[in-house]
Design a protein around this ligand. Structure first.
Ligand code: ZN
Length: 287
């Protein structure tokens, strides 16, 4: 048990390093497309002239990207937190300020189904759409972040590493179910945070199939979305996600795969060092 927990802690530490790599690419948005003005309307309405027709990969790449933010821990810094770790730990007051900034700036949170419909069929999104995602199952995402999101009518996406469920400082089944019941989306973040690029043989079952089943049991809903541990992916692995019925997968800020943009959706890490103003600029510059 303890050994397992140590493994998870190690995985998380590794995760910090990997996320750090992704962060450097924040400003290298891979698509600079003419912005079409969006109007506030419902997600079911399709834009343009091809309702129901699935867009090609080139068309998906050509659409303006929706900003997606990635969070880990939401808590105040401790003396023992390393310089690197602080990138992944957003202090509570700063997090509150950032959510308020997003609301005051007119952003509307969107969920993966909305993003998927927008990318594949041109479905119209709310004005200033943004997605808020939370990785690694940390308890403070439930106790601190979720209540803050509720203040503004925001919804989030929680990518769960199933090995951590119910452990100290992580969410339990009931909390995950509550998030899902309240209209947030639960996604998969593997069993114990192994590097997707190294998956082979039985890993697909351990790291993908079993966690999906577990999360579907907890939420009573189909699990359609995945986030890569450390943001790392390789093209060879992507068909495995399609085969298993995933609709989209989220990385960090690297360039998307031109042949599979749905499985390489970009996110930026909102650093613990960033002010609300810095975040606001990064959102505009990175997507
Ligand atoms: Zn992670």
């Amino acid at each position: 048990m303890l050994k397992l927990f140590t493994a998870v802690a190690a995985a998380c530490t590794l995760s910090l390093t990997a996320c750090q790599q992704g962060k450097g690419a924040n400003n290298t948005a891979d698509s600079t497309v003419t912005t079409t003005s969006t109007t506030t309307t419902t997600e079911t309405k399709t834009a343009e002239n091809k309702p129901g027709k699935m867009a090609s990969n080139a068309e998906i790449i050509a659409r303006k990207q929706v900003p997606v933010l990635c969070y880990h821990q939401i808590r105040d810094w401790r003396a023992s937190d390393s310089k690197t770790a602080k990138d992944y730990i957003v202090p509570i007051a700063a997090f509150k300020e950032k959510m308020k900034m997003l609301a005051d700036s007119g952003y509307h949170t969107v969920l993966p189904d909305q993003l998927y419909n927008y990318l594949t069929t041109g479905a119209v999104l709310p004005s200033k759409p943004i997605m808020l995602t939370f990785d690694d199952t940390d308890l403070d995402q439930f106790t601190i972040a979720n209540p803050e999101l509720k203040k503004y009518g925001f919804k989030g996406v929680y990518f769960i590493m199933t090995v951590s469920i119910g452990r100290p400082h992580y969410m339990n089944k009931e909390q995950i179910k509550q998030l899902s019941d309240e209209g947030n989306v639960i996604g998969s973040h593997t069993w114990d945070h192994h590097n997707f690029k190294k998956f082979a043989g039985k890993d697909w079952e351990t790291q993908i199939d079993k966690p999906t089943k577990k999360l579907e049991e907890i939420t009573g809903k189909k699990i359609d979305y995945f986030a890569y541990p450390f943001g790392l992916w390789n093209a060879q692995g992507l068909p495995e996600l399609h085969k298993r019925g995933f609709k989209m997968a989220f990385q960090l800020a690297e360039k998307r795969d031109a042949n599979d943009p749905l499985m390489t959706v970009r996110r930026i890490l909102d650093s613990g060092y960033w002010s609300a103003k810095t975040l606001s600029n990064s959102i505009r510059n990175s997507f």
